[in-house]
Each structure stands twice: as structure tokens, then as C-alpha cells.
Design a protein around this ligand. Structure first.
Ligand code: SF4
Length: 142
């Protein structure tokens, strides 16, 4: 049995190219991985994960994992649950849009100022979850 890696949280983003929600999901995940929690987070590409062998598919057994999805189809959550294990937390861009109906997504390429706000809100949600998971690990002495 593989041990959970201490002090690291896995983040798997959906790879949505078709919907602006998928773009938000990918950019927000990348910001957390590269800028906000670079030492506390790791990732894997969803397509590699879905196509992968045992190493890739043991991801959630090694890292408590947060899935970040653009829309209700929840490709990252479904793929992760099916091939690796239950994510520790699941986040959705559309949940943010429900809370902020004044914000609309339109583009898939360059972000509009409104889309940048949605990215920032998603980043906040991801960081909050990462910190919660790490705090719980510490409390449990892992
Ligand atoms: S969750 Fe939605 S946006 Fe993301 S890859 Fe799936 S269909 Fe596309």
C-alpha cells in the first residue's frame, strides 16, 4: 500500500479547450501551482492521467487531490474518481458563476477583466482547499 505524501496536495484541472469555463479552470490551477502554493502542490495532466499506467493512476492514493472543473460535466472529477480514487475536494467554475451572476465568461483566448475576476475567485477557492487539507493533515499528525 502506498503512503500519502506529506505536505503536498494534488490538483487536477479539467482540460477544457471548448468552453471558457475550462480556460478559467486551467489558468486558475496553473496560478496556484506556479505562483501561490508551488511547494505545497503537484499536478498531472488529465489526458496523461486518463491514458496513463499504474504510476499515473495511483495519484490520489499518493496525494490528497482537488479536482478543478469548468462545468457540470466534471471531467476531472469523473476521470479521477474512475481511474484513481475519490478526490479529497471538488471545485467547479460554474459554482462561482452561480454565486456571481453579474460575471460572465465569453472568450477562450485572452481573458476579459470580468474573466480575470472569475480566475481570481477560483484561485482563492483552490488555495483555501489546499490550506484546509494541509491543516487537517497536520492536526492528524500525518
Ligand atoms: S468539465 Fe466542462 S469545461 Fe471542463 S473539460 Fe469537461 S466539458 Fe470541458
Amino acid at each position: 500500500m502506498m503512503a500519502i505524501v506529506k505536505n503536498k496536495v494534488g490538483i487536477v484541472s479539467c482540460s477544457g479547450e471548448e468552453l471558457p469555463e475550462g480556460t478559467v479552470s486551467r489558468i486558475a490551477t496553473r496560478l496556484v501551482l506556479e505562483k501561490l502554493r508551488p511547494d505545497e502542490t503537484v499536478t498531472i495532466c488529465l489526458p496523461l492521467f486518463l491514458a496513463g499506467g499504474e504510476d499515473e493512476r495511483s495519484f490520489t492514493r499518493v496525494y490528497p487531490t482537488i479536482t478543478v472543473d469548468g462545468c457540470e460535466k466534471q471531467c476531472a472529477k469523473v476521470g479521477t474518481s474512475k481511474y484513481s480514487g475519490k478526490p479529497a475536494a471538488t471545485l467547479l467554475v460554474t459554482d462561482i458563476l452561480k454565486k456571481h451572476p453579474e460575471l460572465e465568461l465569453a472568450s477562450r483566448d485572452e481573458l476579459t477583466p470580468e474573466e480575470t475576476i472569475v480566475v481570481d475567485l477560483m484561485v482563492e477557492e483552490i488555495v483555501k482547499k489546499v490550506d484546509e487539507i494541509l491543516y487537517q493533515q497536520k492536526r492528524m499528525g500525518n
